[in-house]
Design a protein around this ligand. Structure first.
Ligand SMILES: [Zn+2]
Length: 237
């Protein structure tokens, strides 16, 4: 059964995950360690469990999710990094976004292998199904690790949070796409699926299906339009 360590890194409280099952290689999802102290914390966490990074899976290319990618690739030459190529414009926009937030820009020169929906990554002794969940960013991905004898694990990036959904007011965000991604790709998963989001605590698909206030309107029955309702007239001057 896969095991998960979660770290909370950088001023944006981003969640970095290490996932492993057998052996010493672990998947690293969105390495966001920022300060020297955070980097030490990350490597100590792995070392204590006898782990080394075997692959990096990126949910998207926002700066708070990629601070540690180049460091990892330098320390472990040839370390594969997986990302949706549709994130290219988001990655190119990182320096500008960091300028807006007045925060140091990560090194974005890492090399990556493009992946999209339908790919199953067989790596670090696990199978990670790639689910395309655009909306927060155009190339947003979620990763599903199926578990035969326990709950499946979903890494949802900034698409679905416990009791919330990702912002879509950043450059390249699309609200309608995000809702479609959540409702058509994530909420339909087994309710017992444990969701590990890009920020905040873990949750389950079942909890979000019934209790996420941002998804409530989509669960209500469609109302017939009331023929007696007076039309709303807005008059401009
Ligand atoms: Zn984000």
């Amino acid at each position: 059964m896969p095991k998960v360590i979660d770290f909370t890194f950088n001023p944006f409280q981003e969640k970095t995950y290490a996932v492993w099952e057998h052996g010493e290689q672990c998947l690293v999802i969105d390495p966001g360690f920022f300060s020297g102290e955070e980097k030490d914390c990350f490597f100590k966490g792995l070392e204590q469990r006898g782990l080394v990074p075997g692959a990096v899976l990126l949910t998207h290319a926002h700066f708070d999710h990629i601070y540690g990618v180049c460091t990892l690739q330098k320390l472990f030459p040839g370390l594969p990094v997986y990302m949706n190529p549709a994130e290219k414009p988001v990655l190119e926009h990182v320096p500008q976004m960091c300028g807006t937030f007045r925060i140091p820009c990560p090194d974005c020169s890492f090399s990556y292998t493009g992946i999209t929906e339908g790919t199953t990554l067989e790596t670090c002794g696990m199978m990670a199904e790639v689910i395309s969940t655009p909306g927060h960013t155009p190339g947003g991905l979620s990763y599903l690790i199926r578990n035969n004898d326990a709950e499946d694990l979903l890494f949802s990036g900034d698409t679905l949070f416990a009791g919330a959904i990702g912002r879509t007011d950043f450059m390249y965000g699309e609200y309608d796409d995000e809702i479609r991604s959540i409702m058509e790709k994530l909420i339909i998963l087994d309710p017992s699926t444990i969701v590990y989001p890009g920020h905040g605590p873990a949750t389950t698909i079942g909890n979000e299906r019934t209790g996420n206030p941002f998804l409530e309107p989509f669960n209500e029955p469609e109302e017939e339009p009331d023929p007696d309702a007076s039309p709303v007239i807005i008059r401009g001057n």
